[in-house]
Design a protein. Sequence first.
Length: 368
Amino acid sequence: MSSELHDVIIIGGGPAGLATAYLCHKYNLSYLVLESGKAPFQGIANTYPQGKLVYASKPKDAPEPFLVDELRPPDKPVTVESYLQYVQHFVQHENLHIRTEVAFENIQDERDSLTILTDKGRFRGRKVVLAFGSSIPRELSVYGDAKMVAKNVDDPTKYVGVKTLVIGGGNTAADVVIAILKAKRECNDTQSVYWAHKSEKFDVNKETAQRLGEEILLGGNIRLLPGATPRIGEVDDEGVDRLVIRINEFKQADGIDLYHALSFPMQNVIACIGSQGPVPIFDKLGVQTISCTAGVCRVAKEGDRLVLLSAEFESTRKGVYVVGGAISPSYMKISEGSIQEEKHPNLIYTAINDAYHVVEAIRTKLGR
């Protein structure tokens, strides 16, 4: 067990974790980052497709600027590889205290501190910031099993020569579509990429829409499926796992409804439908969550469990704060005696600004 008592132990080396570390460094709070991957931002490196662009995006109604400008992505979009390279240089330049390949296990309460249990031993901190992101992709809600469906694309050339289905209506799905269209075009493959979204409207930013348009003009073959809903995971007569997606519904006067559906081999399907917070970890740590009920949650789905946090992002476990992707797409905020759902987009912007507010709260509580 490490005998050194840190002011702050940070679990996770993504945007929120590094922003927390940098601010602790800046304000002379002793700290240590424990990252499970081989390097900071490992979660982004593992989940972003090659060549995906990183934007300085923030919600349209956001009242704050980027509060840690040093980690703000450039105004002009850059590839994820370029941004990760910048982050590595930043970590080295600031000499941030990070231990990699450390698997977080649990937290124990001590009289005047918290002990963090890991596979590499124990670490002590006055406060703990959980910044491990949201690396658990949402599963498709279908009848049957859809676990074979991919959640990201590491090699778009795998989809050359086959009709491919991408599910999801945001920038991540669009980036996957663009990557596959480009790979197909470069191999003279005219097979379609089907892009499905449960809503009638796809929601991508201007830069992504422009790149998609350019790829289509260059010959990319795309078929949009707005209002489409994944329904069934099944095995066909030849033993192939398939996903059935409903694209039209026709109500009949006799009560017999007609459906128009498409069926794709699951190995040709990529579902970019977001991620969910690590609820099992919250349960293990004794951090309280609340289940969404009809009429209460507008962002999360009914039945989703949202972590309960104060206005300073402190959980119900004293001294333990939760920030970044782990609380996206929303959390339950305690404010002025009431509890309500707070929207929290999973963006670099929100992760960085969470860190700023948490460090300010910790400085106040520690009298720094």
